[in-house]
Structures are given as structure tokens and as C-alpha cells.
Design a binder for this molecule. Structure first.
Ligand code: CAA
Length: 379
């Protein structure tokens, strides 16, 4: 299969690259250090169309394909993985989930504001006791006729305090297990809905991750996404595409670290020559470049599957599994090539190394990706 990027793809890639270099790079070290959310930059991303790339233009989206999204995610993630996780959650989980399964009223109400960056969204599945085992939802949404009452706690929620719209997965009928779960839209400010303290994280420190507490939160029935009991399928199907976003994030973290290491290796001299002339460094660069190309092909394959309406649960999980491993390995090697400089913040690679780790954990750990892949293989 040949991946021939179109003029439009190349234009999107260039726009994302320019934005990342001009607007995200300045200040990225300080935002990481002080755990500062990139508020202004996310607003600009909305104006440039990066927050609702694949949404139909009639809801304010860019109407682009998933390949364009992968290319943009890679460029943004090369520089600022905190900004790119906001982008990924908003595009793949919130906007896609609403556009695919929401009612016309829900789409008209939320998508134009989510795609423009006027507001951002959050996807609330994980719980203190339901991370990988997503069927074990303890948060309840009791059916009260014309509304639901939500009680429970969600953990590790990206955009936890900055979102305005939350897609909350909760159990309505425990006897039905995953078939008794619903997905509900909860707006910030709904009585009983509280945001816990911000997590102090190893990486993606510019993004805000919080616990969320729900105490007798009343949500009208028209806020349910899909039929009664569709919530687990909603979450799984949304995560299939989310994994393409996180795979592209991992790819970007890896290629960002590789580009920095390559540049440094050509400049830094040791034993009288640039270190790029030493075979020990050349072998590292060769491995990095090979792995990154392979990860990019898997990301593009998953995106092409989604764009062609083929099943992409396996290819998306493969892309995420492999790209996140490559991100971790490449960033560690990039620090090694930089030597002592790699261990200090000014050279960026230590941040990329810290950011890489989360790509092996969120939207399903690497072990979960293997479960998803093997179920498809063994079907
Ligand atoms: N796509 C579509 N449907 C799926 C699916 C998938 N990938 N995986 C399962 N399903 C469906 C099954 O077909 C089944 O439907 P039927 O009953 O109609 O047959 C139903 O869901 C239940 O399937 P299983 O019994 O096989 O489910 P399971 O309990 O074995 O779990 C799992 C499967 C893959 C392990 C799942 O629990 C999972 O993906 N867990 C990880 C959750 C996760 O990714 N959490 C991350 C939180 S979000 C996040 O991180 C966002 C962020 O902040 C960046």
C-alpha cells in the first residue's frame, strides 16, 4: 500500500508545524515546570481548526480526514504533548463521540462551540477501581423517569477543570453489567458536580488532570447519548479512534526527540569530530529513524482504515502499542545522545522522555492494546 499525501495533507501538516514552532515552542518549558495549562494556545488551535478537524463543517468542523488529523497530531506533539492531549481528547473522544452517536439537538448544541475552541470537552470513563476493567463502573446513573441522578467519582480526567462539557460513563442497571451502562452529557456548574485537586504528574504537566465527584447530580434524559444501555459500546467505540490520536501523539513525541538528537549529534564534537561520526551514535540514530517510520506507517494505516470505513479497532490498537513503545525508547536514547545536556530542561528531550510514558498508559495500557489486538486476531 502506498501512502501518497495530497496537497491538502501537506498544507495541514505545514500549518500544524508552523503553529507548533511559533506558538507552542516559546513557553513550553515554563508551562511544564509550573503545570500551566496552554489556555491561549488552545484558543488559537480552535481558531485554526485543530480542535474539531474531522467534524462535518455544518457543525463548525474542518471536514478533514483522519490522515490529516494524524499529521497534525504528530507536528503538535513534537513540541508540546500537553497541548496535543487536549487536542486528541477534544477531537477523537468528545467531538467524534458526539457527532457519531449524539442526537441532532446534542450536536447542534455542543459541536460548534467544541470545534471552535470556545469550550473544550472531557471524556470520563476511568474510576478509582475501573481503569483497565472498564465494565466495572461504580459511578451510578439512576433512571428517575425524565432525568438521571449521578453519584460517584471519576479519576485521571484530562481537561478535568478546563472542560465545560463532560461525557460521563455510568452504571444504570448493574445486573446487565456492560449492557446497563449509559453515557451522559454533564455540563460544568451542574449542582453536585465538583472538580477535585489537580494531579501533580510526571509528564504532560501542562494538561490538567483531575478527579471528578458527582453527588446527586441531576441530568435530563435528553443528555443521554444513544439508546438506554449503549454507554459501554459508546466508550469502546470512541476509544478505538482515540487510540489513533494517542498513537500519533506518541509518534510526535518520538520524532520530536529524534530531530533534536540528530541536530545535536551533528553539532556536538567529541574526540575531534561531531559525535554523529561515531558508529555508536549512528546505530542509535538508525534504530530511531527506522522505528519512527514504522510507527508512522501504523498510524497512517489505522487512519486510512477509519477513513475507508474499515474496522480500525485492531490497527488503532497496534499503532498505539507500537508508537508508544517507540516514543519511550526513542526519548531515552535522545537523552543519552545529549549526554549531560539531555538531563537539563533547556534541551527539551528530558520533557519528551517524561511525556512519552503516559502514552503507554492512557486510553488503555499497552497490555490492554494487546487484549484488543488478540481478540481481533482470534475472532
Ligand atoms: N470496540 C467496539 N466494541 C467493543 C470493543 C472495541 N474495541 N471492545 C469491547 N467491545 C464490546 C464487545 O463487542 C461487547 O459487546 P457485546 O456484549 O455486544 O458482544 C462488549 O463491548 C463487552 O466486551 P467484553 O466483554 O469483551 O469487554 P471486556 O470487559 O473484556 O473489556 C476491554 C474489554 C478491551 C479490556 C475494555 O475494558 C477496555 O478497552 N479497557 C480499557 C479502557 C480504557 O482505555 N480506559 C482509558 C480511559 S480514557 C482516557 O484515558 C482518555 C484520556 O484522558 C486521554
Amino acid at each position: 500500500m502506498e501512502f501518497q499525501l495530497t496537497e491538502e495533507h501537506l498544507a495541514v501538516q505545514q500549518a500544524a508545524r508552523d503553529f507548533a514552532q511559533n506558538e507552542l515552542l516559546p513557553g513550553v518549558i515554563e508551562r511544564d515546570e509550573h503545570q500551566k495549562f496552554p489556555t491561549e494556545q488552545i484558543k488559537m488551535m480552535g481558531e485554526l481548526g485543530f480542535l474539531g478537524m474531522m467534524v462535518d463543517p455544518k457543525y463548525g468542523g474542518g471536514g478533514m480526514d483522519t490522515v490529516s488529523y494524524v499529521l497534525a497530531m504528530e507536528e503538535i506533539s513534537k513540541v508540546d504533548a500537553s497541548a496535543s492531549v487536549v487536542m486528541s481528547v477534544n477531537n477523537s473522544l468528545v467531538c467524534w463521540g458526539l457527532e457519531k452517536y449524539g442526537s441532532e439537538e446534542q450536536k447542534m448544541k455542543y459541536l460548534p462551540r467544541l470545534t471552535s475552541g470556545e469550550i473544550i470537552g472531557a471524556f470520563c470513563l476511568s474510576e478509582p477501581e475501573a481503569g483497565s476493567d472498564a465494565t466495572m463502573q461504580r459511578t451510578t446513573a439512576v433512571d428517575m423517569g425524565d432525568h438521571y441522578v449521578i453519584n460517584g467519582t471519576k479519576n485521571w480526567i484530562t481537561n478535568g477543570s478546563t472542560a465545560s462539557v463532560y461525557l460521563v460513563i455510568a452504571q444504570t442497571n448493574p445486573e446487565l453489567r456492560h449492557k446497563g451502562i449509559n453515557a451522559l452529557i454533564v455540563e460544568k456548574g451542574t449542582p453536585g458536580f465538583e472538580i477535585g485537586p489537580k494531579e501533580n504528574k510526571l509528564g504532560i504537566r501542562g494538561s490538567d488532570t483531575h478527579s471528578l465527584m458527582f453527588t446527586d447530580v441531576k441530568v435530563p434524559k435528553e443528555n443521554r447519548i444513544g439508546e438506554d444501555g449503549f454507554g459501554f459500546k459508546f466508550a469502546m467505540s470512541t476509544l478505538n479512534g482515540g487510540r489513533i490520536g494517542i498513537a500519533s501523539q506518541a509518534l510526535g513525541i518520538a520524532s520530536g526527540a529524534y530531530e533534536l538528537a540528530l541536530k545535536y549529534a551533528k553539532e556536538r564534537k567529541a574526540f575531534g569530530v561531531p559525535i554523529s561520526q561515531h558508529q555508536a551514535i549512528q546505530f542509535k540514530l538508525a534504530d530511531m529513524a527506522t522505528n519512527i517510520d514504522a510507527a508512522r506507517l501504523l498510524c497512517l494505516q489505522a487512519a486510512a482504515d477509519k477513513d475507508a470505513h474499515r474496522d480500525y479497532s485492531k490497527s488503532g490498537a497496534m499503532a498505539k502499542l507500537f508508537a508508544s513503545k517507540v516514543a519511550m525508547e526513542t526519548t531515552v536514547e535522545a537523552v543519552q545522545i545529549h549526554g549531560g545536556y539531555g538531563f537539563v530542561k533547556e534541551y527539551h528531550v528530558e520533557r519528551l522522555m517524561r511525556d512519552a510514558k503516559i502514552t503507554q498508559i492512557y486510553e488503555g495500557t499497552s497490555e490492554i492494546q494487546k487484549i484488543v489486538i488478540s481478540r481481533e486476531i482470534l475472532k
